[in-house]
Design a protein around this ligand. Structure first.
Ligand SMILES: Cc1cc2nc3c(=O)[nH]c(=O)nc-3n(C[C@H](O)[C@H](O)[C@H](O)COP(=O)(O)OP(=O)(O)OC[C@H]3O[C@@H](n4cnc5c(N)ncnc54)[C@H](O)[C@@H]3O)c2cc1C
Length: 398
């Protein structure tokens, strides 16, 4: 590629900084623009699975990530009164807890610290226009300033506005039939190192997880009809969540009591990003902007890391942008699509049981699968399955 070696990355979350790390290592000069006015350290527990762990290892960051592990030791299912129904230890069959558990904000901080001295970060700005020139792209920023880059990487998350500048027609959101809310609440003495999950009547599902010495992280999901972008919501986001929690038992009551004081509040439809192509001209999609699988798969972070590694490697290895982008997409797309297909609206419906009878059946299944005997019988299969997932993507060497 005839190169100025100057690359713009939009988005300073996980995918953007990870790609900046690899591009700097390959000798490119990288500018990262982040819309937020400062580094964003929000977010809950994310799993770094399979090939994502390999990327971290190749970056030499494993020890730093492990030092920030939340220490979660497994998952307990509770009933509406808060009594334990079943226990699934870490790495057991059906457990939410994987062997690499970290808060998203801690993870983003490690990546930011590892790149802040080798890439230029600009906060509080975003791209409003892109004009292809013969040998590069002229980027227009929100303050009217313009600057030339060799190519633009769009890593600004699932609702990416940079993507809409070039690939709006090619992208759709696949709604999975539920809303989700993430936030943190003050930790109580009874909040230990176990994730606690509750299936509530009406389909409300709650997960409380260790979030550090002073906080407990919360994920609530509940079924709802697809939002109509033309019609504004009649209830505020917090009121929608309150309605999904009220009358759902002791854990839900605790959340209702804390809701007004919650700061770092994320609420939105559970949707996957599906783009028919990941690039156009000198713009390429990365991370959630390309293929958000939803946090429910636990694969978004690993996918972002793998995509960042492969994209940077292919940019280094190929003479032109179009060849680099084509190679990147052909390597990563099958992996991303497999992760997305692991979830469907039907599965989401089955997981969010609505009736008293459905909740009773869910408790019976949790007791059966959580029993020592079944865990002992299924654990080797679960380990083999985890290995299979880990091995299903071979990272290229660049
Ligand atoms: C605050 C926050 C909390 C999250 N919490 C969780 C969680 O609890 N569990 C989970 O599984 N996943 C969570 N995610 C999503 C998770 O980080 C991603 O699924 C995954 O890691 C892929 O990362 P990404 O870099 O592609 O996207 P993201 O991590 O979403 O990063 C995108 C970044 O782009 C920035 N941005 C947005 N628009 C623009 C723009 N126009 N120009 C420049 N920058 C822009 C955003 O501020 C953000 O920093 C969270 C994301 C954010 C931003």
């Amino acid at each position: 590629m005839e190169r100025t070696k100057k690359i713009l990355i939009c988005g300073g979350g996980i995918a953007g900084p990870a790609c900046a790390w690899w591009l700097s290592k390959h000798g490119f000069s990288v500018v990262v623009v982040e819309k937020a006015s400062a580094f964003r350290d929000g977010g809950q527990n994310v799993d770094v699975k399979g090939a994502g762990q390999q990327v971290i290892k190749r970056m030499g960051l494993t020890a730093q990530i492990q030092a920030r592990d939340t220490g979660e030791c497994g998952q307990k299912w509770l009933d509406a009164a808060g009594k334990v129904v079943a226990v699934f230890p870490k790495n057991g069959f059906g457990s939410l807890t994987s062997d690499f558990e970290i808060l998203r904000g801690d993870f983003a901080r490690v990546l930011f610290d590892a790149t802040r001295h080798t890439s230029e970060y600009r906060f509080g700005t975003h791209v409003t226009g892109l004009e292809e020139t013969g040998d590069g792209v002229r980027v227009i920023f929100d303050d009217g300033a313009t600057e030339a880059f060799e190519l633009v990487i769009c890593a600004d998350g699932m609702s990416s506005s940079t993507r809409s500048l070039a690939l709006a027609e090619e992208t759709r959101l696949r709604y999975l039939g539920a809303y989700m809310a993430f936030f943190k609440i003050p930790r109580r003495p009874e909040d230990d190192l176990w994730a606690c999950s509750v299936n509530g009547i009406g389909g409300t599902m709650i997960h409380l997880r260790p979030g550090g010495p002073t906080e407990t992280t919360v994920l609530v999901t509940f079924p709802a009809s697809e939002p109509d972008p033309q019609r504004p919501l009649t209830l505020s986001r917090r009121d929608m969540l309150r309605a999904a929690l009220e009358g759902r038992g002791t854990v839900a009551d605790r959340l209702v009591g804390e809701l007004d004081a919650v700061q770092d509040f994320y609420f939105g439809p559970m949707s996957q990003v599906q783009a028919s192509t990941w690039s156009k001209g000198r713009l390429v999609l990365l991370g959630d902007a390309a293929h958000c699988p939803t946090p429910f798969t636990g694969k978004g972070t690993a996918l972002a890391l793998v995509g960042a590694y492969v994209l940077a490697g292919e940019i280094k290895a190929n003479p032109t942008c179009s060849e680099a982008f084509r190679a990147y997409e052909s390597i990563v797309r099958p992996y991303a699509e497999r992760s997305q297909q692991a979830l469907s609206p039907r599965m989401i419906r089955l997981m969010h049981v609505r009736t008293r009878f459905g909740v009773a059946i869910a408790h019976i299944l949790q007791r059966v699968f959580g029993s020592r005997l079944i865990q002992r019988l299924l654990k080797p299969g679960a380990a083999a399955q985890a290995r299979k997932i880990d091995e299903d993507f071979a990272l290229p060497v660049y």
